[in-house]
Design a protein around this ligand. Structure first.
Ligand code: HEM
Ligand SMILES: [Ca+2]
Length: 627
């Protein structure tokens, strides 16, 4: 229960709360044991010069069997049952590039050359290219575009990291060591930059995933893969959880009305409920919880013969559909631009069982992290006239505005929500890429010191052995960069292009997250051609490969689909908060009062389309009154 009388320190507040579930840990441990065992055996074999890994000894066989058994138990009988499921590998659109071909990240072995050059330290790249203290303004989109990006990302990917701070084999502590020992892969820092006198920032490798490939390429099937701990489908897993255990803990314990659990101690001044727990997305999450309970209440009266399970499942289906619609109709086109939307996604043509909807490694590790360049320094809280709030001032990001006690104690979700709608998103510009709120003051789980998000992203890409910028350009049918001139053509800022090539020395060595981030935006987009391609392809896979996509045959009736297409984020806000005026599209930045309309002008969904024929007649009148 959020109850804090005084502000928490930034270290407490701005913590990235994403914890893997026990199942995730079990599976990753199996994969970890397997890889380590394999390594030991390979080393031994090499030392003895007697046999190679294809001649297994007894202990290897035992470990291998354990691994296959643990991994096998997560398989079930559906066709391609693992596609899009939680705790399965992030898929590879291009093969991994490990230094040893199997599990050592890029940059693991000191002195190893790539295209004739050593890779620059992510920290050096961060310092010289990505950091900034200056800010710019976007004038088209509101900060909601950024919030939604992160929110939806948390529905589709979560790559868990090694949880123990001690190295698996040696017991070396990842928090203190500056050596590369699995699962520690510290980020090297030049001494003078480090206040604690250490020459590195701690970094935990992402956990290994089970990977059962029965193809002929043994080398490839033994390669380390990373795991997505959540369902890749846009299924509102932030709201409902992604395991049965989590799901049941989020449902109303009385189980009588198909609703979600609410905070039993605190309510806002109008009696609207709060979430019962601490959560990074408290504002959006609170809106969804209220929306679920609002719809469930309508269903209870409209379809009186539905039991609580039916009410819950039918409501959940709608909430999932609304997530999909807001993302695909309102959000993605603003990010990748309408032309790329047409090229990579286009109109929906039905469920395709041959499309793998799993999140790709490059999407989670690089492309969708474009959003990190849109994180602001300051987030505002606003009053009813969308002006700076008299009582609740704007906050530096690291004094996070999304901390739940502020919501409860400081005016409910509305001041924050108005700030998110009423503030223009941070402008992206090549010479001020990442806010120092996240390069200097980021606190992540497990790590007591402040971290740097830019270094983390770059090191994560290398940890996952993601191929370089040029490989991905080629993958997307774009020209490879060979010279400074080539690069200056595609990068927003010529000086940045030059600096990058100076640091990396060879264009093939440029990390894909960085290369994609500095590209010139496509017209009407907030990313360049490479990220537009990677995000577009991923989004297409997420809808085509989803049997329960809201437009797929048999998921909703035609009438229900017509109703669903009237939903909007602005309607969600109107129905579940005290906000009475809002832009029609809350991703678009409007300066109050111009462009704001009253909530009753925002279309809403008519739930009559869900009336069940079998509903007893006398309840009809009652439900109409409520609706
Ligand atoms: C307050 C704002 C944000 C903070 C503090 C934040 C922080 C982080 C951190 C600490 C990580 C893990 C880094 C690592 O060790 O690899 C991460 C991952 C990620 N972030 Fe953000 N982020 C923010 C906003 C965003 C936005 C706006 C987007 C996209 C539009 C985004 C997309 C992602 C993605 C795709 C990942 C990888 C997810 C996974 O598979 O685990 N983030 N973020
Ligand atoms: Ca999901």
């Amino acid at each position: 229960v959020p109850r804090q009388s005084k502000p928490l320190s930034s270290a407490h507040v701005f913590t990235f709360h994403r914890q893997p579930e026990p199942e995730t840990l079990e599976i990753s441990r199996a994969a970890e044991v397997f890889q380590t065992t394999l390594q030991i055996l390979k080393n031994r074999a090499r030392q003895r010069h007697e046999r190679d890994i294809t001649a297994p000894d007894k202990s290897y066989t035992v470990f291998a069997l354990q691994y296959f058994w643990t991994c096998f138990t997560i398989l079930c009988v559906r066709q391609n049952p693992l596609w899009g499921a939680a705790n399965t590998p992030l898929v590879r659109w291009l093969p991994a590039e490990y230094e040893d071909g199997e599990r050592e990240p890029k940059g693991w072995n000191q002195g190893r050359l790539h295209n004739g050059f050593q890779l620059p330290s992510p920290h050096e790249v961060s310092k010289k290219i990505l950091r900034t203290s200056s800010m710019g303004k976007e004038d088209v989109y509101s900060h909601m575009l950024v919030e939604w990006g992160q929110y939806i990302d948390h529905d589709i990917s979560f790559t868990p990291q090694s949880s123990g701070s001690a190295a698996f084999q040696t017991g070396v502590d990842c928090l203190t060591t500056c050596e590369n020992v699995h699962p520690c892969f510290p980020i090297q820092v030049k001494q003078k930059h480090n206040r604690r006198g250490k020459s590195c920032l701690p970094f935990f490798r992402s956990v290994a995933a089970c990977f059962l490939s029965f193809g002929s390429d043994i080398e490839k099937s033994l390669q380390r893969q990373q795991m997505n701990a959540i369902t890749s489908f846009m299924d509102a897993s932030v709201v409902y959880g992604h395991t049965p255990k989590m799901e049941s803990s989020l449902r109303d314990p009385s189980g009588l009305n198909g609703k979600l659990v609410v905070n039993c101690k605190f309510k806002d001044h109008k009696g609207r409920p709060y979430l019962p727990f601490v959560n990074k997305h408290s504002v959006l999450h609170t809106l969804w919880m209220r929306e679920h309970n609002r719809i469930a209440e309508v269903f209870k009266h409209m379809n009186g013969h539905w039991n609580s399970e039916t009410i819950y499942q039918e409501t959940r289906k709608i909430i999932g559909a609304v997530h999909q619609i807001i993302t695909m109709r309102d959000h993605v086109p603003k990010i990748i631009g309408s032309k790329s939307f047409e090229d990579y996604i286009g109109p929906y043509r039905g469920y395709d069982p041959t499309t793998d909807p799993s999140v790709s490694n490059v999407f989670a590790t690089a492309a969708f992290r474009f959003g990190h360049a849109t994180i602001p320094q300051i987030v505002r809280r606003m009053n009813e006239s969308f002006q700076e709030h008299e009582h609740f001032p704007s906050l530096r990001l690291h004094h996070t505005l999304f901390s739940p006690w502020r919501i409860v104690k400081e005016g409910g979700i509305e001041p924050t929500l108005r700030g998110v709608i009423g503030t223009a998103a941070k402008a992206f510009s090549a010479n001020m890429l990442l806010s120092d709120e996240v390069t200097e003051r980021l606190v992540v789980l497990n790590t007591p010191q402040h971290m740097d998000l830019a270094s983390l992203n770059l090191q994560r890409g290398r940890d996952h052995a993601i191929p370089g910028y040029n490989e991905w350009r080629e993958f997307c049918g774009l020209k490879r960069i060979k010279t400074l001139d080539d690069f200056q053509e595609v990068v927003k800022d010529c000086k940045v292009a030059k600096k990058i090539l100076e640091i990396y020395k060879h264009p093939d060595n440029i990390d894909v997250w960085l290369g994609g981030l500095v590209e010139k935006f496509l017209p009407g987009a907030r990313v360049g051609p490479l990220f537009a391609c990677l995000i577009g392809k991923q989004m297409k896979a997420l809808c085509d490969g989803d049997r329960f996509w809201w437009e797929a045959d048999g998921v909703f009736t035609q009438q229900q689909r017509a109703e669903l297409s009237r939903v909007s984020l602005s309607r969600l806000i109107c129905d579940n908060s005290d906000i009475k005026q809002i832009p029609l599209d809350s991703f678009i930045f409007r300066k109050y009062p111009s462009g704001f309309v009253s909530c009753d002008q925002i279309p809403s969904i008519n739930l009559e389309a869900w009336r069940d024929e079998n509903s007893p007649g006398e309840l009809k009148k009652l439900s109409q009154q409520i609706y």
